[in-house]
Design a protein. Structure first.
Length: 134
């Protein structure tokens, strides 16, 4: 499915996670260090705190939003958002995220046709980092 605006190229339909966190500025910094994210867009308040940021990890997009009411990673009310980040070298990407402060949920292993591991970032979101085995 694509949408065409007058005078523009067709828009490719995509889905990108939008993560609500209590510390958006720190989350943006973390995703840059942990996953090599680049910042595509940033909106800050007058104090310089990120309110919304659009990031890219390779060709994959995600959004981060400041949400003062978001439960922290330690909250029993939080249901972790779980994403899969597909990369060429899951072992290196996994190690980089852990070095940046992620908690290992499951070490990288091979199973079900994937080389994959699972971690929780400091904001309570779960990331499966892997690649399909071919």
């Amino acid at each position: 499915m694509s949408t065409t605006a007058p005078g523009s190229e067709p828009l490719k339909t995509s889905i990108a996670p939008w993560l609500s966190v209590g510390r958006a500025t720190q989350a943006v910094d973390y995703y840059k260090v942990a996953f090599g994210a680049t910042e595509l867009y940033r909106m800050e308040d007058d104090a310089g705190t990120v309110q919304v940021a659009h990031l890219a990890i390779g060709e994959a997009d995600l959004w981060v939003q400041q949400d003062d009411g978001a439960p922290g990673p330690e909250s029993r009310d939080r249901r972790p958002i779980r994403m899969i980040l597909t990369v060429d070298d899951p072992d290196s990407a996994f190690a980089q995220a852990v070095a940046a402060g992620a908690t290992v949920v499951a070490d990288v292993y091979e199973g079900h046709g994937w080389r994959v591991g699972r971690l929780a970032d400091p904001f309570g979101h779960h990331w499966e980092i892997g690649k399909p085995l071919r």
